[in-house]
Write a protein that binds this ligand. Structure first.
Ligand code: VTB
Length: 342
């Protein structure tokens, strides 16, 4: 295309934009992870979240894109940055070829995990063409996340024992060999009792059903399913990853107050009992999912500081271009004595 014919308006994702932008968005989660990892164990969850959010926002400002935050740190009046509706990206008022995208962020998933130095804290985002990520209300969502070989083997309304039996069959093992991750919350007492009764093994986690969900969707992590209710917005981000790795997920909003009923009605969600699959939560034709470990987790190591540099472990996935990349980055401070170890 001749230079004069280039479009002057922002365009949605083109063929190569997904992979172009993925590398840039990787930097967003990396910088946020480094910032929050510096606060690991300080016991200050708000601070850990704040520095991750600031780093994410700052790094986004250097990326040529017209981004809109569709899932973020809250509504405009509650969150100073990365609030829902905020425009992010470098300013290119008339610039051509700037992709217009929706972005869902969780600058620090597992703030308590980071504050206490426990495993499983990540920085994470998902991006899509406009409209490719459900604008989920900030409420709970019942979720089950499993891997590719367990597609359609689960039902949110089936007895827990039946779901586990089906999963075991698909995974060609006994129910006793399954590991199910559940958030350690009183609301899950019955679920935990049911899983125990069925004979499966349980890993209770203090926080972070998003990173657990990704682990469940990827084979070989030792996690076979995530069950229980957690945040709905995080469910959308989980769904983006699940689609990229061909996993399977079911979710249903927990709408149990008149105020929430009103809110979803205003958002245009007609059926409060709708069961969402990953394709409903993250329907984008093009999706990017990026996450960096803050503390050690099943898929990624936490951030390591070593004098001259910093080492981060990330995963970056793209749907249309069908890539899952595990990225080890060494961020070196420039100095004459810098050494890189394998
Ligand atoms: C947390 C967090 C999860 O949901 O549990 C939150 O650890 C909501 O649950 O990873 P609580 O209100 O019981 O804390 C998540 O953020 C995401 O689903």
């Amino acid at each position: 295309m001749a230079a004069t014919e280039r479009p002057t308006k922002a365009r949605s994702f083109g063929e190569n934009i997904e992979s172009d932008l993925a590398a840039k968005l990787l930097r967003v989660v990396e910088t946020a992870a480094i910032a929050s990892a510096r606060t690991m164990g300080k016991g200050e969850r708000k601070l850990s979240d704040q520095v991750a959010t600031e780093a994410m926002r700052r790094t986004m400002e250097s990326i040529p894109m017209r981004g809109t935050i569709v899932i973020g740190e809250g509504e405009r009046d509650q969150a100073p940055m990365l609030y829902i509706g905020e425009k992010v990206g470098a300013e290119f008022p008339d610039g051509p070829d700037v992709p217009e995208i929706d972005i869902a962020v969780d600058p620090l998933e597992g703030t308590n995990l980071c504050a206490t130095g426990a495993a499983g804290a990540i920085t994470v985002l998902a991006a899509s063409e406009r409209g490719g990520l459900l604008y989920a209300p900030d409420c709970y969502m019942e979720k089950i996340v499993v891997g590719p070989s367990c597609k359609n083997a689960i039902d949110l309304d089936a007895p827990v024992a039946d779901n586990l039996e089906n999963l075991a069959k698909r995974l060609k093992r006994d129910v006793e060999d399954l590991v199910v991750v559940v958030l350690d919350r009183p609301r899950h007492d019955q679920l935990i009792a049911d899983i125990r009764k069925a004979g499966a093994r349980i890993r209770l986690i203090g926080d972070g059903d998003l990173s657990a969900g990704i682990a469940a969707a990827v084979e070989g992590t030792g996690v076979h399913a995530v069950m229980g209710s957690g945040g709905a917005p995080e469910g959308v981000i989980t769904a983006a990853a699940v689609r990229c790795v061909n996993g399977y997920m079911l979710g249903r909003l927990v709408i149990n107050t008149p105020e929430l009923e009103e809110r979803i009605a205003r958002m245009g969600i007609a059926d409060k009992n709708k069961i969402y699959e990953a394709e409903d939560l993250a329907p984008g034709k093009q999706l990017i999912f990026a996450a960096t470990g803050v503390t050690d987790g099943a898929l990624m190591k936490g951030v390591r500081f070593f004098g001259e540099g910093i080492r981060t472990s990330s995963v970056i996935m793209t749907l249309r271009t069908s890539k899952v990349r595990f990225v080890e980055s060494i961020h070196l401070e420039k100095g004459p004595d810098v050494r890189v170890k394998f």
